[in-house]
Write a protein that binds this ligand. Sequence first.
Ligand code: UGA
Length: 424
Amino acid sequence: MMQISIVGGGYVGLVTGACFAHLGHYITIIDIDADKVHLINNGQSPIYEIGLEQLIKQHIGSELRASTKFDSIASAEVIFICVGTPQTPNNNIDLSFIKSACSSIGMSLTNNISECCVIIKSTVLPGTTENIIRPEILTSTKKSENEINFIVNPEFLREGKAIEDFMHPDRIIIGNNESYSKYFINELYEKIPAPIIYTDIPTAEMIKYTSNAFLATKISFANEIGNICKHLHINAYDVMKGVGLDHRIGSQFLNAGIGFGGSCFYKDLSALILLAQKNNENPILLQSIIDINTRQPHKLIALLENKIGDVSDKYITLLGLAFKNDTDDIRESRAIPIIRELLQKKAHLAVYDPMAMTNMRQIFPDIKYCNNAIDALTNADGCLVLTEWTEFSKLDTEFDVMKHKVIIAGRKILTCKGVEGICW
Ligand code: UGA
C-alpha cells in the first residue's frame, strides 16, 4: 500500500483521496483552505457527493487525513495534483493554482529521499505537463530530473456518480509509457478492474479534452435533432431510442433538453477551440456545439411565450436550478440564462430546487425561493422544469394549484399528463 499526497481537496482530489483510502492506501489531502481541512478531519465532506461523507467518516484518522501543510510530501511515494484549472475571461485555462501547487510540491520534494511520482489529474491542455508543470517542479526542488516521474492520469468522474465512476471506470488513461510508471500504476490501481491504456503525456492530456468534447457533441446533436423533431410533432426520445441501439452510436448522452451545464464541458470546449485557433484551425464543429447549447434555453422560453404570451408581470415557476440532479452545483446551469432572460422580460419568478437554492441565491438574491414545489407552483401562470430531480417525476395533482396549468419541460422527468417538452 502506498503513501499518497493529494494536492487540492476539491471535488476531484477529495473523491480520489477517499476512494484510494478505501482501497487501503495512506492518503494526505493537502488544501490551503483551513476550514475545508478542518471539516474533512472531522469526518465531514465540504461538498455534496453521494457516498463521499460515508467514506471520509470510515477512513479519517486511519488511512485518510487532511492538512494545510505540504509536510507529507517528504515521505510520499505518489503526489497527485488535483487543483482546479478554471477559465480565464478570454476562455483560456487559468494555471495559477497549478503553478503555485508545483512550487510548493517542488520545495517539499527536496526532502523526499525516495524516487517518487507526480501524477496530474487536473485537466490541462496538451503540452502543459511537459512545458509548465515539469519545469516548475524541477526548478523548485533539489532533486534531479530522473528522480521524479511525471504521469498524466485524467479523471472521468461525473458529479453525483463520482465514487461509482472512480471504482468502476471504463478505462484508466496513463500518460507516460516508461516502464517505471507501470510499477506505480499497478500498485495504485491493482484493485480496480479496468483496462489501462498507456500513452505519451500529451496524448493523455488530449484524451481528456476529446472525451468531454465528444460527450458535449452528442448532447448538442441530440438537441439539434430534437428541435427539428419538435416541428414535426415527433418525440426526440423515441427517435434516439431507435438510433442509440446501434452499437456504433450508443444510447447514452442522447437526451435532448435545455443543454449541458456543469463546470467542465463549456470550459474544456472553449479551451480546445482556442488551442485549435492558435494552430490556425477553424474548429466549426466545436463552435457549433457551444452555439446550439447557448440557444436551447431561449427555445424553452419561446415555447412558454407561445402558450401564455408576453411573460411580463406573469408569475412563472422554475422547478430545478442545479445543472443536473443529485448535486447542489449550479456552475453553467441552464437555469442561469433562463432566469436572466425572464427577469429581463419582467416576469415574477418563484423557484424550487431540493439542493441548489443556497448557491443560486448568491447570483439572484431577489427572486422568490420556495420550500417545496407546491409553494412555488401556487397561482403560477406557467411552469418550467429545468433539472431532472427524481422527486419531480412524482409531481401530478400538485400542478392543480397553478392559476393556468401550463407546464413546459426542459428535462424529461415528469410523468404526468399535459406537459409540453422542449423536444418532445
Ligand atoms: C462531465 C463528464 O461526464 C465526466 O466524464 C467528466 O469527468 C466531467 O464532466 C469533468 O470533466 O470533470 P459532469 O459535468 O459531472 O461530468 O456531468 P454530466 O453527467 O456529464 O452532465 C453534464 C450536463 O449535460 C448536465 O447539465 C446534464 O443534464 C447534461 N446532459 C447530459 C444532457 O443534457 N443530455 C444528456 O444526454 C446527458
